[in-house]
Design a protein around this ligand. Structure first.
Ligand SMILES: [Zn+2]
Length: 79
């Protein structure tokens, strides 16, 4: 029997409550919090995460990315 296993990077979206609406400094689009994790794979299917490479805010409109630590600078009370 042949086992095919390995690792793969995978982006997952955090809960909907972590979305910053109209907060992208570039295009005013929505910023979605995403987690970047490395997963153990078996037959190319992700089984469980083995390493967390951090989280970041991603704009779906202009494809910009910002560190999660910049959240307080991305939230503007004037908007
Ligand atoms: Zn944007």
């Amino acid at each position: 029997m042949i086992l095919i296993f390995g690792t793969r990077g995978r982006l997952t979206v955090a809960s909907p409550g972590d979305t910053l609406h109209h907060s992208c400094p570039t295009c005013q689009g929505d910023l979605v919090l995403k987690h970047n994790k490395v997963w153990f794979t078996l037959f190319f299917l992700p089984i469980f995460p083995i390493n967390n490479k951090g989280s970041f805010y991603h704009c779906n409109r202009c494809d910009s990315a910002y560190k999660q630590e910049a959240r307080q600078y991305l939230i503007s009370p004037s908007r």
